[in-house]
Design a protein around this ligand. Structure first.
Ligand code: 5GP
Length: 335
């Protein structure tokens, strides 16, 4: 476990508001109301287990209610970066859905607050390189998706070193994957990662695979032993698209019944490109080293292989070639 903690790590699947620690939630709560009602509110979050994916989605409301001003978004982002850094993450791709709050914050101000936090953290924690992916919440509909894509394009133009891609996420049981819209952003050079097959949906999964995003999230229901899914699994393998895997998240949301049955095992065995992420380290009470420990204890993945996974994740990241070379050197030099 000492090894997993010290290993220079690469996090490619982290949602900002799901990554807020109890400390941060408490801090934000106190910023919002100056009474003492904040002290115990968040303690039971640590032990949360959810009955379903929808149940776990309710958790985001708690964080969202506390990040309704640019100042709060700034503080939240700074804390998340600091905590990933403390876990020896050297490269972090944060993703977040731009949110407007009437009379208080526009979507542009929301993103500006995150950029400001990334820049402030750069001098404070130079060992961690941070990028931003702008998320689309599929549940929020076409107009919102279009708005977020336009914002991502504007921000990439202004901050090409920080804003590098788009993430398609949100409750997979609702909404659309907006693949046509995503084509526009791809043309201007934004990279795309799409949550895929978190719930069974063969038609959409096929459409997403055909679209060929740069990376895929979860792919829970693309599983060789799931009835009728063998063909999807083969199509995924053929595509060679790297898959972001978040084990604790899938187990706690019960989208995967047990670690032994997790798609990690099958994808890893097939030599398919994968990267390990936390998803929502606050909501699921985890961190990247814990996720690697799971690989080591449950799947018997050795130190050398963990280091290799970390180095390969650099290749699947949306960093520049020069940045990738630097990150790889840090990982290679670790022993
Ligand atoms: P935010 O985008 O507000 O910074 O982070 C929270 C949001 O990320 C949630 O409202 C949801 O849209 C998205 N999200 C977090 N975890 C998951 C997940 O496991 N699956 C999907 N599809 N979306 C998620």
């Amino acid at each position: 476990s000492e090894f997993c903690r010290k290993l220079p790590k690469v996090e490619l699947h982290a949602h900002l508001n799901g990554s807020l620690s109890i400390n941060t939630l408490q801090k934000l709560c106190k910023m919002q109301r100056s009474d003492t009602s904040c002290d115990e509110t968040f303690m039971d979050l640590n032990t949360s287990n959810f009955s379903s994916l929808s149940e776990c989605f309710k958790m985001f409301d708690i964080a969202h209610a506390l990040t309704i001003t640019p100042q709060a978004v700034f503080v939240a982002t700074c804390d998340v970066i600091k905590e990933f850094h403390e876990d020896n993450v050297i490269y972090l791709e944060l993703r977040s859905t731009p949110r407007a709050v009437e009379d208080v914050m526009t979507k542009t101000e929301y993103l500006q607050a995150i950029i400001k936090a990334i820049e402030a953290s750069k001098s404070k924690f130079p060992q961690i390189l941070v990028k931003l992916l702008v998320s689309i919440n599929r549940k929020q509909g076409y107009e919102s998706a279009e708005e977020n894509i336009n914002l991502a394009m504007q921000f990439m133009e202004k901050h090409p070193e920080h804003v590098v891609g788009i993430d398609l996420s949100g409750d997979p049981t609702e909404g659309d994957s907006f693949l046509e819209l995503l084509k526009t952003s791809r043309k201007v050079g934004l990279r795309i990662t799409a949550h895929c097959a978190e719930v069974p949906n063969e038609i959409e999964t096929n459409d997403i695979l055909k679209f060929k995003p740069d990376r895929l999230g979860h792919c829970t229901c693309v599983h060789p032993s799931l009835q009728g899914s063998q063909q999807l699994f083969d199509t995924l393998l053929e595509s060679k698209i790297p898959v972001e895997l978040c084990l604790t998240s899938n187990i706690k949301c019960k989208t995967v019944s047990s670690y032994m049955y997790h798609q990690f095992k099958y994808l890893y065995k097939a030599g398919h490109p994968i990267t390990i992420g936390t998803d929502d380290k606050g909501v699921f009470n985890t961190c990247l080293s814990k996720e690697l420990e799971i690989l080591s204890s449950i799947f018997n993945i050795g130190k050398q292989q963990l280091k290799e996974l970390s180095a390969l994740s650099v290749q699947y990241s949306f960093a520049s070639i020069e940045e990738k070379n630097n990150l790889t050197a840090v990982i290679e030099n670790f022993d």
